[in-house]
Design a protein around this ligand. Structure first.
Ligand code: FDA
Length: 307
């Protein structure tokens, strides 16, 4: 019940001001977003790499309103790539981008987002790594998939995300699995209407398994973005059934969530990538993490009351 309310609040400017200004917010935010600057996040990347973990880095920020902000987003990723180069981690440190941050919702947004993301993908390839296009709300996805296809002509390693809760996803998965793409499968984190998405948690889980079967049977590289122990076990079973080796798929989890499981799966020989977000514009990302688990909200509210 609380999840949709929090997701609605994640779009409210008033709530953004209240939550961002609350003095107790910061320690709770730090659990999920461990840095505000590239200098703060680089040691975290190194630390995760030392534990045998890979990363995908997200410079937080969405809901931009001007082309200049979109250019600034591109530059923030280019700066990140300059900092990653000396670490020599190659594809063990890739990047996740939200096309909204690259101008997708502005006038002429499709072309603008493509123009801004291409140099990031080029710079990533130059240091031996790649970029995954995050999935945002359903109205943005036709444009995201078209940009993904365009980028893959020159950079076939470019990945994209599909969301199990959307009705369209089973068809998207079949297309992407057949053309050999890197694909991250997640349950879906946005507030979507019943006309386009499953609303029931059990139904979303069943859809996840159906899509997972398509990806694991296909030609592409599946990236299983979930903390759900049942889905991780099913992935391992499907990998056995389809004869996929340990480097022919990977698990991905969010920084700050089930961290002991990250290390356990990596120790078993799995590729485990930790989605690590950083930056100052953390509100949208933070609110989606609260919505996923109401206990996070209770912890947050309790710390506000006891302060
Ligand atoms: P589920 O929500 O059922 O959680 C399973 C268990 O994990 C819970 O019981 C709890 O223990 C733990 N858990 C999950 N979320 C938690 C939280 N916030 N705090 C504490 N514990 C938590 N979505 C999207 O729409 N577009 C995208 O591009 C991405 N990208 C993405 C990348 C990666 C690497 C991951 C892991 C997830 C995403 N997501 C996403 C988010 C995704 O859609 C989904 O909202 C979350 O992963 C939560 O779903 P789970 O599959 O973990 O299952």
């Amino acid at each position: 019940m609380l999840g949709p309310v929090i997701l609605a609040a994640s779009r409210s400017d008033k709530m953004r001001r209240i939550v961002s200004a609350a003095p107790v917010t910061k320690p709770v935010v730090d659990r999920f977003i461990p840095g505000e600057t590239v200098d703060q996040v680089v040691p975290i990347v190194t630390d995760l790499a030392d534990k045998g973990l890979e990363v995908t880095l997200d410079v937080v920020g969405e809901d931009i309103t001007t082309p200049e902000q979109a250019t600034a987003a591109r530059d923030a990723y280019l700066e990140l790539i300059r900092h990653l180069e000396p670490l020599g981690l190659g594809e063990k440190a890739e990047m996740s981008v939200k096309l909204s941050m690259f101008g997708q919702a502005l006038e002429g947004g499709h072309e603008l987002a493509l123009a801004n993301v291409r140099p990031v993908v080029e710079a990533a390839a130059a240091i031996g790594t790649t970029v995954t296009l995050d999935a945002e709300d359903h109205t943005t996805l036709d444009s995201m998939f078209a940009i993904h296809e365009e980028l893959r002509k020159d950079f076939p390693q470019t990945g994209c995300v599909i969301q199990a809760y959307l009705f369209r996803t089973e068809e998207d998965a079949r297309r992407l699995a057949a053309n050999g793409s890197r694909v991250r499968l997640v349950k879906g984190a946005y507030k979507e209407p019943a006309s386009v998405a499953h609303q029931d948690k059990a139904e979303i889980d069943r859809a996840y398994v159906r899509v997972l079967k398509t990806l694991m049977a296909g030609e592409g590289y599946p990236m299983i973005g979930s903390h759900d122990p049942r889905l991780i076990a099913i992935t391992q079973e499907l990998a056995r059934r389809h004869g996929r080796k340990l480097d022919e798929y990977e698990f991905q989890m969010l920084y700050g969530i089930r961290s002991e499981e990250h290390v356990r799966l990596a120790a078993e020989g799995h590729r485990m990538r930790v989605y690590t977000a950083y930056g100052t514009d953390w509100y949208g990302y933070f609110m989606r993490r609260l919505a996923e688990k109401p206990a996070n909200l209770l912890f947050f509210v309790r710390s506000m009351i006891t302060k």
